[in-house]
Design a protein around this ligand. Structure first.
Ligand code: HEM
Length: 134
């Protein structure tokens, strides 16, 4: 009886060590299809590294809160994305050229009315979300 107990303990310990070492190596290197738990761990790390995937979706009502007034940030919608124009001098207090206001989708105005390229927006303002599509 004593011999059987001793054997069990010896075989269990090395197996456990081997599994831990293998698992750590696979997370550091590339994921393998054969180890679903490790693959899941790597996928989780990948999504943490790509916050663009997790950007919030704004309804028109939510976007309207970000009008640049009373200390709120100034966001504008353009072609399905939401841009933060708070740090752009030409958008001080959420107003641009005395008449265009933040907190709304300005795709049509930027594409058809503005005398400048949409790059004024897309090159200078960070994307902070996406616009809900109807
Ligand atoms: C959704 C975003 C934007 C819209 C809809 C928009 C629209 C317009 C419009 C319609 C005008 C002409 C105003 C008028 O003469 O009545 C204008 C002028 C101007 N905008 Fe914007 N704009 C946008 C973003 C920006 C950004 C991000 C900047 C700066 C980084 C900028 C800088 C200027 C400047 C400097 C002028 C006056 C000089 C010029 O005509 O080029 N705009 N914008």
């Amino acid at each position: 009886m004593l011999t059987i107990v001793s054997c069990t303990a010896e075989t269990t310990a090395p197996k456990s060590d081997a599994t831990e070492n293998k698992s750590a190596d696979q997370v550091d290197l590339a994921p393998t299809d054969s180890q679903s738990a490790d693959t899941q761990a790597v996928e989780d790390q990948a999504s943490d590294a790509q916050p663009a995937d997790a950007l919030p979706v704004f309804t028109p009502e939510e976007l309207s809160k970000y009008n640049g007034k009373d200390g709120m940030a100034a966001y504008v919608g353009y072609e399905g994305k939401v841009y933060d124009v708070s740090k752009i001098k030409a958008w001080k207090n959420g107003i641009h050229q005395g008449k265009y206001e933040a907190g709304q989708d300005l795709t049509d105005i930027l594409n058809n009315v503005a005398p400048h390229s949409p790059k004024n927006l897309t090159d200078n303002a960070p994307v902070v979300g996406t616009l809900e599509q109807n």
